[in-house]
Design a protein around this ligand. Structure first.
Ligand SMILES: NC(=O)c1ccc[n+]([C@@H]2O[C@H](COP(=O)([O-])OP(=O)(O)OC[C@H]3O[C@@H](n4cnc5c(N)ncnc54)[C@H](OP(=O)(O)O)[C@@H]3O)[C@@H](O)[C@H]2O)c1
Length: 386
């Protein structure tokens, strides 16, 4: 029985994780859960999974949840401090990190520092402070298992091989909801249209990141730190069907890939139970039904965000953290219909141009860059003509 904590339990990854817990009742015990503000779903989860402690972002939501859960054996905390407390629960062996965005950095780092293995879905902390997270993981004897399907595929394709034999990592990209649109058509894309991902059902922020290809830019940075490979040996291949989840090429030109139908429960369960594979009762991939798989190169003209990911790594230091924060502000503004689709990349680019990067020596360095870039990107958003 493995005791776990889930950060972001009410989201897409969080609910898929709890689906696995429910399917394998003898395998996992839930010690703690956290959410933003969705107390309806969190209350349901408290009643089903009986965590000892939970936390939500706002004290006001926590107060309402305490009233609803009066009489239940659960402690309800709030704010970043409360989420960090849940992330640090001493009885847990593993933390599933599934908050969206930079808000996951402080609690995920707290879990590492209290010796918990991490199943990492929340890629933004790795983008902001990947080197620091890996150093801390090393110091505390913690393993970080990837949940992102591409990184899980690479992790699986590296198993039993020597890192020095790796030639390239190849991350596949679905291309997102807008891949077939012209530059002209991209100008007038609405959030509703951009949220129609062809293969994956995910939270709104990552779905927009997929449409801009910033998700792949963030994943290149994530791969750099997860697998300790320079960005010059990480490539991206557009593969619309999302069947091959990623590949590794070795020095002898062998390529090893991991395939499967797109379902996040496969990589989540692999991270949670590594090296075992849980017998998930999911449909099998029938390659005769798929018939053919297609591949093409990314289009950097229409989707410049992927290159921004590479550029942030080449510049290094706090630049990826600044890029990540600008992206969060720009995506939020687009979802609120405050800016247009193509302006997302513009806001990120201009924020990066204005940023003076410095080395990340502590968590504060990453958080300072995050704060600075949020302010800068926010003022750029407001300055754009409506
Ligand atoms: N979804 C996927 O298939 C997928 C695949 C690969 C990687 N990922 C990564 O996994 C992470 C989660 O993605 P998702 O699609 O599951 O997102 P999501 O559905 O939007 O869920 C986000 C979770 O984080 C909570 N949250 C949001 N803001 C918060 C804050 N400021 N403080 C504390 N909690 C907060 C949300 O709570 P409320 O529900 O209360 O708002 C929710 O529980 C992202 O980093 C994403 O890139 C996701």
């Amino acid at each position: 029985m493995k005791t776990i904590i889930i950060l972001g339990s009410t989201g897409s990854i969080g609910t898929n994780t709890l689906d696995i817990v429910q399917r394998f009742p003898g395998e996992f015990r839930v010690a703690g859960l956290t959410a933003g503000n969705n107390i309806d779903k969190l209350e349901e989860q408290i009643r089903t999974f009986t965590p000892r402690v939970v936390a939500v972002s706002q004290e006001e939501a926590a107060a309402r949840l305490r009233q609803r859960c009066a009489g239940l054996p659960v402690e309800i905390l709030s704010g970043e401090k409360g989420i960090v407390e849940v992330a640090s629960l001493p009885e847990a062996e593993m933390l599933i990190s599934a908050i969206v965005g930079a808000a996951g950095l402080v609690p995920t780092l707290a879990a590492i520092r209290t010796g918990k293995h991490i199943a990492l879905a929340n890629k933004e902390p790795m983008v902001m402070a990947g080197k620091l997270m890996q150093e801390e993981a090393h110091k505390h004897g913690v393993k970080i298992f990837p949940v992102d399907s591409e990184h899980s595929a690479i992790f699986q394709s590296l198993e039993g091989h020597r890192l020095q034999d790796v030639r390239r990592l190849i991350l596949t990209a679905s291309g997102g909801a807008l891949w077939t649109l012209t530059q002209e058509q991209l100008r007038d894309v609405t959030p509703e249209r951009a949220l129609q991902h062809p293969n994956w059902k995910m939270g709104s922020k990552i779905t927009i990141d997929s449409a801009t290809l910033m998700n792949k830019g963030l994943e290149v940075v994530e791969a750099r730190w997860l697998f300790d490979i320079p960005e010059s040996r990480i490539e991206v291949l557009v593969h619309r069907e999302s069947i091959i989840h990623s590949l590794v090429e070795y020095e002898d030109r062998s390529m090893i890939a991991q395939l499967g139908l797109p379902d996040m429960r496969t990589p989540i369960s692999y991270a949670m139970r590594y090296p075992e594979r849980l017998p998930l009762d999911l449909p099998s991939l029938d390659l005769t039904e798929v018939g053919k798989l297609t591949f093409c190169k990314p289009d950097h003209e229409r989707f410049p965000c992927l290159q921004l990911g590479y550029e942030s790594l080449r510049i290094g230091g706090t630049m990826p953290a600044a890029m990540n924060a600008a992206n969060e502000i720009a995506v939020d503004a687009f979802l609120q219909k405050g800016i247009r689709f193509l302006e997302i990349a513009e806001v990120i680019r201009q924020t990066m141009d204005a940023h003076s990067p410095k080395e990340i020596e502590s968590l504060e360095d990453a958080l300072d860059a995050d704060r600075w870039a949020r302010e800068k990107a926010g003022s750029l958003v407001h300055a754009l003509p409506r």
